[in-house]
Design a protein around this ligand. Structure first.
Ligand SMILES: [Zn+2]
Length: 62
């Protein structure tokens, strides 16, 4: 359980962090999460390009 959601390849694009993690079921997942206080945006993607695109096009409401 300790290794659940161990992020790697983390990059920051503006206020958004993109990271890759192993979902525990044999696949890699990619997540984009905004770090701005009060924004709360985060989403998972099947591919890294999707997550990075979401990060680049994120319009922060915070
Ligand atoms: Zn945001």
């Amino acid at each position: 359980m300790a290794v659940y959601r161990r992020f790697r390849d983390r990059v920051r694009i503006g206020p958004v962090q993109v990271a890759t993690y192993y979902d525990g079921r044999g696949r890699d997942r990619h997540t984009a999460a905004c770090t701005a206080p009060g924004c709360g945006f985060s989403a998972d993607y099947r591919d890294r390009a999707g997550a990075e695109l979401a990060a680049r096009t994120h319009r922060c409401k915070a």
